[in-house]
Design a protein around this ligand. Sequence first.
Ligand SMILES: NC(=O)c1ccc[n+]([C@@H]2O[C@H](COP(=O)([O-])OP(=O)(O)OC[C@H]3O[C@@H](n4cnc5c(N)ncnc54)[C@H](OP(=O)(O)O)[C@@H]3O)[C@@H](O)[C@H]2O)c1
Length: 323
Amino acid sequence: MDLLTILTFIALVLIILKIYNKLTVGWDRSYTCLIGKTAVVTGANTGIGFYTALDFAKRGARVILACRNKEKAENARKIIIKITGNPNVVVKNYDAASFASVRAFAKDFNETEGRLDILVNNAGIGADRMRKKSEDGYNFVMQVNYYSSFLLTHLLIDKLKASAPSRVVNVSSVMHRIADLDPDNLDRYPKERSFPTYINYANSKLGNIVFTIELARRLDGTGVTTNALHPGAILTDIFNGMRGWQAILFKFFATLYFKTPLEGAQTSIYLAVSPEVQNISGQYFSDCAERSLSREITQHNFVKKIWEKTEEIVHLTPQEKLN
Ligand SMILES: NC(=O)c1ccc[n+]([C@@H]2O[C@H](COP(=O)([O-])OP(=O)(O)OC[C@H]3O[C@@H](n4cnc5c(N)ncnc54)[C@H](OP(=O)(O)O)[C@@H]3O)[C@@H](O)[C@H]2O)c1
């Protein structure tokens, strides 16, 4: 084979891969109207969360952008209002790295908002920023990506129940499949050398799924449903912390092959609004289709232990616990 044939072959494979990527994106095709409904999206100022909030605003919802950076959030709010013409978009301070902030957000929401139809637990950080603890003394990535969604959902559950049928959507990741989550050492110290950063991220994303499974069980019959999802490999700011030559190589391939944030938002939107999933709860989706979960992570003892350990970590009062 001469060089030209090899290069043509490589180019063909890359083009086929690109076409495959585009053809396999799942799109939410529902016409659900959200006028009169209220939605909260955490981490809505950019990436997947931004396009999720934008979609809800297009459908006429009152949308709360729950964000930690006021300036970025205000900017996102202005863009959403400009695109959709829906002025009912509000910014509220929410820092998932602080339980005090999560509690303050929920208190303000419960006191000032009449209803809650959709909660999308989307805020998250990547693997690279893990080697420190939060102000509450916990594994930073676990707190931002998992513990705070757990706490926030508990604190807003009465509004969700009162607005039923309502939905909780938890943005997880396919990375959960390589997690190594020990219920007896849930908040594993992030500085252990034998504990790679990507496993820590994977653990936080498995936390989202385990939470979804048990939450669905505990909410059975209330009219509140919950599902988890993998958005796909999406080119967003979440990879900005990467450094060195790996980052350059990664950015090159990601620019070519990763999906856009709009494509990444589709499964979150689908789970929040589509009539197709109105009676489905406790499941895991990607590309707007249900996917199977491994038997080990759905075992009741495993799920129950993690749930109870998380209740302790976020300091739920007896009244706040879900039975
Ligand atoms: N991109 C992917 O390929 C991919 C794959 C699987 C799963 N996911 C999941 O998708 C979700 C959205 O990520 P993305 O890719 O859209 O990333 P992104 O563009 O970086 O967006 C993440 C959002 O979370 C917010 N956030 C981070 N830390 C926060 C904190 N302490 N308190 C409140 N908000 C915080 C960010 O706010 P700032 O702008 O202020 O940082 C931002 O709005 C995450 O849960 C992520 O794990 C992404």
